[in-house]
Design a protein around this ligand. Structure first.
Ligand code: GLU
Length: 505
């Protein structure tokens, strides 16, 4: 690649960033890093009606959390700013007017009511109304009106839009980096609105002008923008600019495979479709996020990378830097990628196993702080060492190992019924006496001692160990019991046994 690679992620701040948007950002990031290029964030906020408070911050925080920060964008000014289209709005008019001058665009004065009437009229005849070469001479625009009429309307301040003049019959050949060459017949395209008399450009014009001015080399975006590609291609041609290369990423499909993955699918099946939790500023409704649900960003980016791409080898675990290394845009699939929530968990489990125990311990400490439970960092780390193996999320360590921090407040009734018999209280009382004699509470010594006592008494191991576990843990779960006893210490072990005798005896 000769010219510098510059890609952009160009979301509209209309709400939380969907996981599909995060994937688009990720692929842009990977492509930029792979080719030592720039990754630009541009906020496309020309449609003020759809602007949502907090959405831009959410987008930026999401990218940062995923570990895919942009190197140019709002708050990180480079040579191509500003990076919010609302702050660039004065730039666009001259480009729209340039297209009128070159006969690639025209003023249209048709009111919304008039257009509606045309639509209805067509529908009644079983046809679809398309504003293009087919009927534009019969409509209220600068191609059909006389120069005087046009000037009068403009002088009178009548509302207008500027429309692109789509060619009547041309076969465009456009190359997409993923889909190869596509042939598009312009005769079915409508004359899209580029600019409105309120001074605001539409998405199409602003997007092309900005990609050009920001020297974007590759446009990598979702498949939903494929229908706009012909117009964008023609706009570059009309301006006489070199078009960037285009790559349209496949849709992310529902787990069942049909249709686009939606927030509703996530709600129904219990998985987030957003990277971070989002609180809707109007309704106050909260949507789950991967971060808050306890996923590590490595798991999320690994999962997203495989939604529409694979390296062509058996390897499935890729850290971000490995993805940068392996990523090839021409290995991106054309077909939609089925979302698989279980797969995300599987990635999470892997990264949990791989995680540094100290890092996990820090996260567990936060959970404990939240519950107002005090424990030394050293102690928390020891718990992590004992429990990490079986956990998928950090919170699992709490759920499966709460007894390291707090005495059980209840006993699993089924387990209790099975483990606590008539003679159990006496047996546990004797166990307490054995434990009291113990100087060292180290797991191995403790085990030897208790085992010797059980053998001497000639009772079954289960008869002792089951109620012992119930007393310390509250249920038949958890790691080696002697490890637990060592961790919580002599005093606490005895106190839990006494409490169990009182409650269950
Ligand atoms: N603003 C568009 C969006 O919300 C950008 C599409 C593009 O990348 O061209 O996705």
């Amino acid at each position: 690649m000769s010219a510098k690679v510059r890609v952009r992620f160009a979301p509209s701040p209309t709400g939380p960033l969907h996981i599909g948007g995060v994937r688009t950002a990720l692929y842009n990031y990977l492509f930029a890093k792979k080719h030592k290029g720039d990754f630009v964030l541009r906020i496309e906020d020309t449609d003020q009606n759809r602007y949502v408070e907090g959405a831009e911050d959410y987008i930026i925080e999401s990218l940062n959390w995923c570990g895919i920060p942009f190197n140019e964008g709002p708050g990180k000014e480079g040579d191509y700013g500003p990076y919010r289209q609302s702050e660039r709005k004065d730039m666009y008019r001259k480009y729209a007017e340039e297209l009128i001058k070159s006969d690639n665009a025209y003023y249209a004065f048709d009111t919304a009511e008039e257009l509606d009437a045309h639509r209805k009229d067509h529908e009644e005849k079983g046809k679809t109304f398309i504003y293009n070469w087919h009927n534009r001479q019969k409509l209220k625009n600068s191609l059909a009106l006389s120069e005087d009429e046009i000037r009068d309307k403009l002088d009178a301040g009548e509302d207008y839009v500027i429309r692109f003049k789509s060619p009547e019959a041309e076969n465009l050949h456009i190359k997409d980096e993923i889909r190869g060459e596509m042939e598009i017949d312009t005769s079915t395209l409508d004359d899209k609105v580029l600019f409105k008399s309120d001074g605001m450009p539409t998405y199409h014009l602003a997007n092309i002008v900005d990609d050009h001015l920001m020297e974007i080399s590759h446009v990598i975006r979702g498949e939903e923008w494929l229908p706009s590609l012909a117009l964008h291609f023609m706009l570059y041609r009309a301006f006489g600019w070199d078009a960037p290369k285009f790559a349209h990423l496949p849709l992310i499909l529902k787990p069942q495979g049909k249709g686009k993955l939606s927030k509703r699918d996530g709600d129904k099946l219990g998985f987030p479709v957003f990277p971070l939790e989002w609180k809707d500023p109007n309704s106050g409704e909260i949507s789950a996020g991967y971060r808050e649900d306890g996923y590590f960003p490595e798991a999320v980016t690994n999962m997203l990378a495989f939604l529409g791409w694979n390296p062509g080898t058996e390897q499935e675990f890729f850290k971000l830097n490995e993805l940068v290394e392996a990523f090839e845009i021409d290995r991106v699939h054309k077909g939609g990628a089925k979302f698989d929530p279980e797969k995300t968990k599987w990635f999470q489990q892997h990264y949990m196993h791989e995680a540094d125990e100290k890092v996990v311990a820090e996260k567990l400490e936060k959970i404990l702080q939240h519950k107002e439970i005090e424990a030394s960092s050293e102690y928390v780390l020891q718990v992590v060492e004992l429990m990490k193996e079986r956990a998928v999320f950090v919170n699992d360590i709490w759920e499966q190992g709460y007894f390291f921090f707090v005495a059980p407040t209840s006993y699993d009734p089924k387990n209790a019924k099975k483990a606590w018999k008539e003679d159990t209280s006496d047996l546990m009382q004797e166990l307490i006496d054995v434990l009291k004699e113990q100087e060292s509470f180290e797991a191995e010594t403790l085990e030897a001692k208790v085992k010797a006592w059980i053998q001497e008494k000639e009772v079954g191991f289960g008869k002792v160990m089951q109620p012992f576990r119930l007393a310390l843990v509250g249920a038949m779960q958890g790691p080696d019991l002697y490890e637990i006893a060592e961790m919580i210490g002599k005093e606490e072990t005895i106190s839990r046994l006494e409490k169990a005798i009182k409650t269950l005896g």
